[in-house]
Design a protein around this ligand. Structure first.
Ligand SMILES: *[C@@H]1O[C@H](CO)[C@@H](O)[C@H](O)[C@H]1NC(C)=O
Ligand SMILES: *[C@@H]1O[C@H](CO)[C@@H](O)[C@H](O)[C@H]1NC(C)=O
Ligand SMILES: *[C@@H]1O[C@H](CO)[C@@H](O)[C@H](O)[C@H]1NC(C)=O
Ligand SMILES: *[C@@H]1O[C@H](CO)[C@@H](O)[C@H](O)[C@H]1NC(C)=O
Ligand SMILES: *[C@@H]1O[C@H](CO)[C@@H](O)[C@H](O)[C@H]1NC(C)=O
Length: 477
């Protein structure tokens, strides 16, 4: 009697386990199927347009460096960084203790950041430690060279303003014309990468990201500016891309030097022919006066802007006169980001076209979960839908380090539907698996949003923004 009861019970539990297993298998299969659909939808959207290469002429400035890519936690351990009780933010880093606090500050939000190390001795120690690490990966770095390489690989005719060592120059395709005399020793940027969910004592990173530290004395001066200016007149590109200005952030310039350099850049942009479109790629800034200067000298001259979700609220607060936001939501709601995009567009689309100023006609925001591109209807930017798909696929390919996307190594963060705005005018936009890129028109502009198949086997995150931005731009010129 007792034994048959036991038998029934154990049979029952086997049945329950089997049902649970089948149910899980069913939902797993369903999820895989959904990911496969999204992937093939994105691939189709990518193929719908072909970029206008080869031979399209693109000029890119400024800067470049040698990246030391490291596992952040391994480095923290080797370098004896102890997790602080209280994370803290510093505009620039002076000591080991500040480095620990700063790292913790961004790590716990999984937020990207890039900071100047003002203590040379400390930075030398960092380099020495890095060089002793088995898993150190050295690579060409800097927004401009990375974008240049990407665009050149796609077949464009590229002019690059960057001073690099002979060794790094060798890593660039020969087809890129480099402005700037070679240097003996490259500036090193240390990239501390971490994975989603990784733990540093009692801190946990909610997403994969990196902290970049450097003590770069060359790039903040935009040394190639004068030569670049001369060369540009002859080259006459279809697109001029400006990036790398974040190197000026918190750099100890001589009084007035920073503004003088930016003004020089402003002159260059102001006299650029209107047939040359200007794109500016923003990056991590903390110095409010620098952002203000950059808005005045660069942003007002740009036809197109690219940035991530951290930089977007920062730009808005500067345009509207508020404070710099150091950290913003790492998983911003689509509606919130779209509203912020409208704000930036409204501010900058009305720029009076005098003194070389340009109206903003394109805005590309890259976030972990999706890519959003806004283009004005009257502008010449083409293929916004394919460009968004391309950006999304590039995000996965870059982070996973492979051209073939494996749906076993991805996840979707975007919900099944999203609201187009937090305001009363917001429409609910359904996300369709087979046609994953949603595009719609409002007033005088068009918006396309493409979900990202977020890579879960992260190889690299630093430089992703540049890779993504340039891939999308090529579809639009
Ligand atoms: C870290 O601590 C260990 C053990 O105390 C020591 O051998 C090593 O030199 C330290 N490294 C640094 C970079 O301070
Ligand atoms: C981490 O632990 C320390 C004590 O070991 C504590 O003081 C600190 O508040 C903790 N931090 C967090 C984020 O929980
Ligand atoms: C600079 O770094 C060195 C090496 O870590 C350290 O000994 C020194 O105290 C630091 N200087 C300041 C001003 O914090
Ligand atoms: C951008 O990513 C692609 C992989 O999709 C890679 O082939 C290319 O080399 C990357 N470009 C740079 C500059 O890292
Ligand atoms: C900006 O920051 C300053 C100093 O932290 C603070 O006093 C001021 O209230 C802030 N302004 C806004 C608009 O948040």
């Amino acid at each position: 009697m007792v034994s048959s009861k036991v038998k029934v019970l154990s049979l029952l539990s086997i049945i329950i386990a089997l049902i649970a297993f089948l149910y899980k298998k069913h939902t797993d299969d369903r999820l895989r199927q959904k990911l496969d659909h999204v992937l093939s939808g994105l691939l189709q959207a990518e193929k719908k347009a072909t970029p206008t290469v080869p031979q399209i002429k693109i000029a890119i400035g400024f800067g470049g460096c040698l990246d030391y890519v490291l596992d952040a936690l391994e480095f923290a351990k080797k370098f004896n960084l102890t997790a602080p009780d209280e994370p803290e933010h510093y505009d620039s880093v002076e000591s080991k203790e500040q480095l620990s606090k700063l790292f913790a500050y961004f790590f716990r939000y999984g937020a990207a950041a890039e900071r100047f190390v003002s203590n040379e001795t400390l930075f030398k120690e960092v380099i020495k430690e890095a060089e002793g690490m088995a898993r150190l990966r050295k690579a060409l770095g800097g927004n401009a060279p990375l974008m240049a390489r990407r665009l050149s690989l796609e077949g464009a005719n590229v002019l690059l303003a960057s001073r690099l060592s002979k060794e790094l120059l060798k890593t660039l395709p020969d087809t890129i014309k480099v402005i700037g005399n070679p240097i003996d020793v490259d500036d090193i940027h240390v990239i501390l990468e971490y994975d989603s969910g990784s733990q540093w004592e009692n801190f946990t990173a909610p997403r994969a990201n990196r902290l970049i530290i450097h003590s770069d004395n060359r790039n903040p001066h935009l040394e190639t500016l004068e030569q670049f200016e001369k060369e540009l007149e002859v080259f006459d590109p279809s697109l001029l891309v400006i990036g790398g200005l974040q190197m000026m952030d918190n750099f100890p310039f001589q009084e007035g030097e920073r503004y003088t350099r930016l003004q020089k850049l402003q002159n260059l942009l102001a006299k650029t022919k209107s047939s040359t479109k200007i794109h500016f790629e923003l990056a991590s800034f903390t110095d409010k006066s620098l952002i203000q200067d950059i808005i005045e000298t660069v942003v007002l001259y740009a036809d197109s802007l690219g940035m991530n979700e951290q930089e977007l609220p920062n730009l808005i607060s500067q345009l509207t006169g508020d404070n710099v936001t150091l950290i913003s939501d790492p998983y911003p709601r689509t509606a919130a980001v779209l509203d912020q995009m409208r704000t930036v567009y409204r501010y900058l689309m009305n720029t009076k076209e005098i003194n070389g100023h340009r109206r903003l006609t394109r805005l590309h925001i890259h976030t972990l979960a999706y890519q959003a591109i806004l283009t004005s209807k009257e502008s010449q930017w083409k293929n916004t839908m394919s460009a968004a798909a391309k950006a999304s696929l590039t995000a996965n390919r870059y982070v996973c380090g492979s051209d073939n996307i494996d749906t076993m190594k991805v996840r979707l963060i975007m919900d099944d539907s999203f609201s187009s705005s937090k305001s009363e005018f917001g429409k609910r936009i359904m996300f369709t698996e087979d046609k994953p890129v949603s595009c719609w028109e409002e007033e005088d502009y068009k918006i396309c949003v493409a979900p990202v198949l977020v890579c879960t086997a992260v190889l690299q995150t630093a430089g992703g923004g540049d890779n993504i931005s340039s891939a999308a731009l090529l579809y639009q010129i």
